[in-house]
Structure formats: C-alpha cells, structure tokens
Ligand binder design. Structure first.
Ligand SMILES: Cc1cc2nc3c(=O)[nH]c(=O)nc-3n(C[C@H](O)[C@H](O)[C@H](O)COP(=O)(O)OP(=O)(O)OC[C@H]3O[C@@H](n4cnc5c(N)ncnc54)[C@H](O)[C@@H]3O)c2cc1C
Ligand code: FES
Length: 272
C-alpha cells in the first residue's frame, strides 16, 4: 500500500563527479518497497522545486535483513542533473525528508527454469533499479550489461561483482572503460551466445533511446524483455496523466508510467 512518510538522512556522499549515494533511515518504506518500484521524494522544504522527484531504491534493508546495523535504511543512488537533484546534494545528516511510496508496479518474477539465461541491461543511472533484482535472481545464470557515456557513468559494478553473477560486461560511448559503443551494441555483439538458449529473459532500464534500440534488437524467438521506463512525472501516483506512454493495447493505448509501469513488457510499447 502506498503511504507518505518522513525518513532521516543518515549519509549523503558523492561517489563520482555527478553521482551521489543517499542513505535514508525509513523502516516503514524499507519493509514495503519491492524491486522495480519507486518513491517520490520531496527535495525541498520550500516551494521550489514544488514537484517531488521519482527515484528507484538502489538497496533496501527491511527489518529482517541479516545486516542488523543497516536495517531500516534505503539507499538512493542519484545523478545531479537539474534543480531538484542539486537540492538533494545539500541534504545533511539528521535532516528529515518526506517521501511517498512504494509506487508503481515493479519487475515481475515468473517462475523460470534454472536453464533460463537472465540478462540485465542498464544504461547510466538505470542500472540502479536492476541491482535489487539481481539480488533476488542470484540463483540463476545472470549476465549484467552496464553502459554509460564515459567511465564516470558506469555504476554499481563493484556491487554486482559481490553477487554470484556469471559475467559483467561494460560499454562506454567514448571507450574510456570496457567496449567502445553503446551497451546495446555490446549486447548485440554477444547475441549469438544467447540465441542458443532455449529461453531468454531480459530486464532493462535506461534512457528512452537505449530502450528503443533494445526493442529493435530483441525481436527474436523465445525472448521476454521487461523494461523500466524513465518519464518526467508530476504526481507519481496516477492522477495527472503527465507520464503516459503509448502501447499497442487497443483497450488502453495510453498507460501511465507511474501507475501501470514503470515496468512494462518492452514489446507492448509503441515508440514514437
Ligand atoms: C521511476 C523512475 C525512477 C528513477 N530513478 C532514478 C534513480 O534511481 N536515480 C536517478 O538519478 N534518477 C532516477 N530517475 C530520474 C530522476 O527522477 C530525475 O533525474 C530527476 O527527477 C531530475 O530532477 P531535477 O530537478 O534534478 O532535474 P530537472 O531540472 O527537472 O531536469 C533536468 C534535466 O533532466 C531531465 N529529466 C528530468 N527528469 C527526468 C526523468 N524522469 N527521466 C529522464 N530525464 C529527466 C530533464 O529533461 C532535463 O534535461 C528516475 C525516474 C523515474 C521515472
Ligand atoms: S505522474 Fe501523474 S499520472 Fe503519472
């Protein structure tokens, strides 16, 4: 159930030139939020910026988490891109922050045979929403593709290394780390390997251009691809229709990223 609550900032540290890791103590949200869902965070006590900003939860530590010291905490990994995220960089330890969540429908986890190869593809800060999913899917054969413009946009690699993933593949557009090119180019260069699998499950999150490219790339048999979409949001809970995306469902051709999404089956999206 969605609710509004306050959390307390525990830490807010810069981890790369434009990226910050925010730790908030908020046990009620940490207990409830599921992989792929998001929160709407109030970034300012004043009127500017007025609208809350949507964020995935990178890690959450519910009350029964084995790491006792971290219980009740939520971690948000964010990129400073504009006025709202600039305000967030000013959050101080001990400060109250208000949030609404858990919001949206997260990734679905169908019972998959252990022979299914699972691929995670994250572009830029999109990889954040795939990390908690990787934790849940750890018993499968996991391939993780991480992409970014430069090496400074490659996130979460060290955390993925701590999980039992089969392979981590990295691409940067300027070639400063991993393969030169987009993460989809890299995925395509490996496609033969996966075509041999009887079934393939892909989870992805990233900028629209990346997901468009991916939609074109995965039109082969036996592939299911769930994608978490990024959209500018007004309310975050289905009231303003400011975040719609076109789908090929004739009954509901426009669906709200915040309410019916943010996770969709990639083949259901009509890219314009
Ligand atoms: C479900 C969801 C989960 C998200 N999770 C994360 C996350 O974990 N970490 C993270 O850093 N960001 C995440 N985002 C994106 C984040 O919400 C935006 O970067 C943030 O709202 C920008 O606020 P701002 O005021 O700093 O930027 P603004 O001043 O509003 O805009 C600055 C620039 O960023 C672009 N922008 C703003 N919002 C978005 C958006 N939602 N999608 C794409 N471009 C945008 C604008 O077009 C503009 O060019 C998520 C977005 C969604 C919808
Ligand atoms: S942001 Fe208001 S309906 Fe989606």
């Amino acid at each position: 159930m969605t609710f509004q609550t306050d959390g307390i900032v525990v830490k807010n540290e810069r981890i790369k030139p434009l990226y910050f890791l925010l730790t908030i103590y908020c046990p009620s949200m940490a207990n409830e939020i599921k992989t792929g869902q998001f929160i709407m965070l109030k970034v300012s006590d004043g009127h500017f910026p007025l609208l809350r900003r949507p964020f995935s939860v990178y890690k959450s530590y519910p009350a029964d988490h084995p790491e006792k010291k971290k219980r009740g905490c939520l971690l948000i990994l964010y990129k400073k891109v504009g006025k709202g995220t600039q305000k967030m960089t000013e959050f101080k330890k001990g400060q109250k922050v208000n949030m609404i969540g858990p919001l949206g429908n997260g990734f679905s986890l169908p019972p998959l045979p252990s022979s299914t190869d699972i691929i995670l593809i994250g572009g830029g800060v999109g990889i954040v929403s795939l990390f908690s999913l990787a934790e849940v899917l750890e018993s499968h054969k996991l391939f993780v593709f991480i992409g970014g413009k430069t090496k400074d946009d490659i996130l979460c690699e060290e955390d993925f290394k701590k999980l039992n993933v089969s392979k981590i593949l990295i691409a940067t557009e300027d070639g400063s780390m991993g393969n030169k090119g987009t993460v989809i180019d890299l995925f395509l260069s490996q496609k033969k390997r996966f075509k041999k699998s009887k079934s393939l499950y892909i989870y992805s999150c990233g900028p629209v251009e990346m997901l468009k490219e991916l939609a074109r790339a995965v039109k082969f048999k036996g592939v299911v691809c769930q994608a978490s979409l990024e959209a500018r949001m007004g309310c975050g809970f289905g009231a303003c229709w400011g975040c719609v995306v076109k789908t090929n469902d004739p009954k509901t051709p426009y669906q709200r990223v915040c309410k019916e999404g943010p996770v969709f089956n990639l083949k259901d999206i009509v890219w314009e």
